[in-house]
Design a protein around this ligand. Structure first.
Ligand code: SF4
Length: 459
């Protein structure tokens, strides 16, 4: 089967060069008909806010939009689990014709009375954007009566990209931050931003900070609590892990409260150590710095022997990756390189120009760099580059398995923590198990490649 990129997609695919950075057309609506892998604006807002476990999350729209439930981001909670209940106003034809505000207000009041949440987020979906319900007015009215924050999240699916959904979530969070008492917060304190406690990852990172003497005031938003987020403006530093979703919030807090931020990653031993050292250096405390050195040394001595042994078995393997944000892509390229695996295809859903420039810089020459791709393109790139393992999320998994390629889920659905030092080992084990599985040698593409060729993709 011959494959050719759609004409309108060509500017969104480049091949990295040694001394040159190519411009990647990005941060724009998906090309109609290209069957993008990217989620909608509403989903962008929901994945950021949803892990706040003691808040009510009400989706105002037809019930189908509420399919984006807890299960698409397995954000664990150490306490309340209100975030796992999927609530929808379930609008029907009648509501579309006559308006859904009454239905929204009734649902909100009933749910708040039943579950006693600490706050409520109300998400406006595509239909709401079309029929024009005044979600903000309903939220104001209910908030006055019930005495908890009732926050509209206006992120109709059609109104932009997933990144615009992150911005809508930022606006919602900024209405919550600043309401709490900060008097008990000390001078060595941070907010951990952009970690969603998938498989308990926030707990791993929090433990590192606590061990070296740094308080975590709030996690935005993994295992999140409304009261913690309300006092987040008392922290002295914002540590931003998922830069795509949280940089706008970090910038907003810098402008409003003067809190500086650093962008870090806790994926891979190199990036985890760097994140801990940069946080420690910010505070300028010799005690914190020496505790951090001790922690890093201890953790490295625990994990490096196994990582070295896995590296010997993976040396020379080739990987493709397609992830939500570019910062995770940078980390994965470095973590895979440390395992002896080279990345030959790298793409993101929400990268911007500067991030794609950086991605090209960290990748080897002739790596395919792609923005907002689709299954057909991905399949062609993976075959052309003959990758051994593909790293992505639930929507990418079938692409890999149909081609007979190993797959590693590095997205929201996984059940194994991949952050921090222990996470780096879990990641290495998973890559090793899937990339070297003997099952792939039985696939037609490998045993009879001429019968399963897709053809070279030419941007
Ligand atoms: S908001 Fe719109 S695009 Fe998103 S799930 Fe609902 S209908 Fe689909």
């Amino acid at each position: 089967m011959a494959f050719e990129l759609l004409k309108d997609r060509r500017s969104q695919v480049v091949r990295s060069q040694r001394n040159e950075v190519a411009s990647v057309d990005c941060n724009k609506a998906s090309v109609a008909g290209s069957v993008s892998q990217r989620a909608c604006t509403f989903c962008g807002s929901r994945v950021v806010l949803y892990p706040i476990a003691d808040a009510l999350h009400l989706v105002h729209g037809p019930v189908g939009c509420a399919a984006y439930t807890w299960d698409i981001r397995g954000a664990l909670s150490s306490g309340p689990e209100l975030h796992r209940i999927s609530c929808s106003t379930d609008l029907r034809e009648k509501d579309v014709v006559f308006g859904g505000e009454r239905q929204l207000e009734t649902s909100l009041r009933q749910l708040i009375s039943k579950y006693s949440p600490k706050a409520a987020f109300v998400y406006g979906t595509c239909v709401i954007g079309v029929i024009g319900d005044d979600v903000a007015a309903v939220c104001r009215r209910v908030e006055q009566d019930v005495g908890i924050p009732v926050i509209p999240v206006l992120a109709e699916g059609f109104c932009g990209t997933k990144r615009d959904g992150y911005n809508a979530a930022t606006r919602a969070l900024l209405t919550l931050i600043g309401r709490g008492d900060t008097s008990s917060i000390g001078k060595y304190s941070v907010n951990l931003m952009g970690d969603f406690n998938v498989a308990g990852e926030s707990w791993i990172i929090k433990k590192y900070f606590e061990k070296v003497g740094i308080d975590v005031v709030s996690v935005l938003t993994g295992d999140g609590r409304v009261d913690d987020i309300s006092r987040a403006h008392g922290a002295k530093l914002n540590v931003v892990q998922c830069a795509g979703s949280m940089t706008p919030l970090a910038q907003g807090m810098r402008e409003r409260y003067g809190i500086p931020y650093i962008r870090v990653s806790f994926f891979g031993v190199e990036d985890t150590s760097d994140a801990l050292y940069r946080t420690a250096k910010f505070f300028g405390s010799p005690t914190i710095l020496s505790s951090t050195q001790a922690l890093v040394t201890e953790e490295l001595s625990r994990v490096l022997p196994e990582l070295r042994s896995i590296r010997c078995k993976l040396q020379g393997k080739r990987a493709g990756l397609y992830v939500g944000g570019a910062f995770k892509a940078f980390s994965l390229v470095r973590a895979l390189r440390q395992l002896g695996v080279s990345v030959v295809v790298a793409g993101t859903q929400t990268g911007n120009q500067e991030e794609y420039a950086e991605l090209q810089a960290v990748c080897d020459e002739n790596t395919i760099i792609v923005d907002d791709t689709n299954p057909l393109e991905l399949a062609a790139f993976l075959v052309e580059k003959d990758v051994d393992v593909f790293i992505g999320g639930v929507k990418e998994r079938p692409v890999a398995y149909k081609l007979g390629i190993g797959f590693c889920d590095h997205n929201h659905e996984r059940k194994v923590a991949l952050a921090g030092y222990a996470g780096a080992v879990a990641f290495a084990r998973e890559i090793h198990a899937t990339a070297t599985s003997p099952i792939w040698s039985l696939m037609p593409r490998r045993s009879r490649p001429e019968r399963a060729r897709i053809g070279k993709a030419t941007p």
